[in-house]
Write a protein that binds this ligand. Structure first.
Ligand code: MG
Length: 377
């Protein structure tokens, strides 16, 4: 079997979803998805020349070829790795279809039949505790056993923060804790609760807020400080009983190695259509497992990237929960041909059909394409 073409189409949802389709001379096509970002689509199409004529089932070798070809211009992180991720996922879909096996089987088989999904709940712009509590109850009532909220950002009633110094005032720490308290009191301890800080604070203030939140027994506190300095993150992690999570900003196993070796985080959140794809995430998860670190993949994808993630999550022992970031996009599920919701009561059933086990709904996708896009033209 040989690759004959590589195409993309970009959907405009609450993020941009860059879908990849790899064609072969045997009529099998593979579906993939790459994380959003300027230049991702162009980079995928740029890689077409090196892919055409290759056997798509040599997934790991093709990954290495793409990675090495872009080493001088970005394959240690950024757009190139994101583009590679989308293609890699499509190659696994082809390999599964060619071998008549679901992708999780190619990744070593499954530890679980269904994947626990946590709902990203965002924030309330006015930072009202009662709005956080209301949202938490609504999400719990839809069957989710885990959820995540954002509590970083300005409180309208407090003096405006300096946008650059990464400092937190005592008043802000108290109000942030108040938001978490409201959620915890609303849903009790039956629901696991994560909090995202989006790389916002300095090391000392990150430790302060992490300490303050210890009484709410978080599943994790995500990205309390900027992502560049692993030693600073290790200091935060060592200083608090609140589990610290990072990883959506890291690329490839090389980007995770130092974080894992220094135990700079308690939980890792690689983003599969961004970090290097399915096999690279599995390697990261295996490295993490050697330090007993759980993996909770970051996910802002369409159903394609989300189902790809589900196969990977099925295949590792140290899986914690998979993010879902599009609960408010009414047509998200309709992007694929299915008669039932992909996420049901907070879980994704891992499919046994060959490949990723999903098919696109062209009619629905065509209604939601990014301006100027046509369906895989
Ligand atoms: Mg995050």
């Amino acid at each position: 079997m040989k690759i004959t073409d590589v195409k993309t189409t970009v959907i405009k949802g609450n993020f941009e979803w860059t879908l990849v389709r790899v064609h072969t001379d045997e009529g099998i096509t593979g579906l993939g998805e790459a994380y959003w970002g300027a230049g991702v689509k162009e980079t995928i199409l740029h890689m077409k020349d090196m892919l055409v004529g290759q056997d798509p089932t040599d997934v790991e070798r093709i990954y290495q070829d793409m990675y090495r070809a872009f080493l001088a211009c970005g394959s240690t992180g950024g757009i190139a790795v994101t583009a590679i991720s989308g293609i890699e996922i499509a190659l696994w879909d082809i390999a599964g279809k060619a071998l008549n096996a679901p992708v999780y089987k190619l990744l070593g088989g499954k530890f679980r039949d269904k994947i626990r999904v946590y709902a990203d709940c965002g924030s309330d712009p006015a930072r009202r505790p009662e709005a956080y509590a209301r949202k938490a109850l609504e999400v719990r009532d839809r069957g989710y056993t885990a959820m995540k909220f954002d509590i970083d950002g300005a409180f309208p009633e407090l003096p405006q923060r300096d946008r650059y110094n990464r400092c937190l005032s005592a008043a802000e720490v108290e109000r942030m804790a108040g938001l978490v308290k409201a959620v915890r009191e609303a849903v009790g301890n039956e629901v696991d609760l994560a909090i995202d800080l989006h790389w916002s604070y300095n090391t000392a203030d990150a430790i302060k807020i992490a300490h303050r939140l210890e009484e709410y027994d978080l599943m994790w506190l995500e990205d309390p400080i900027p992502p560049e300095n692993v030693d600073a993150l290790a200091k935060v992690t060592a200083a608090t009983g609140t589990p610290i999570c990072t990883g959506e900003n890291l690329y490839t196993k090389h980007g995770f190695r130092e974080v894992i070796e220094k135990q700079a985080a308690d939980i890792l959140e690689p983003d599969i259509p961004k970090v290097g794809g399915l096999a690279e995430t599995k390697k990261i998860a295996d490295m993490a497992e050697s330090y007993y670190i759980p993996v909770a993949p970051h996910n802002v994808s369409s159903p394609v990237g989300t189902m790809a993630a589900a196969h990977m999550c099925a295949s590792i022992p140290n899986f914690l929960a998979l993010e879902f970031h599009s609960a408010d996009v009414a047509w998200w599920n309709d992007l694929i041909k299915t008669d039932k919701p992909m996420i049901n009561e907070g879980y994704i059933q891992v499919p046994d059909e060959p490949g990723l086990g999903i098919e696109l709904n062209e009619e629905v996708i065509s209604k939601h394409l990014k301006k100027g896009e046509t369906f895989y033209a």
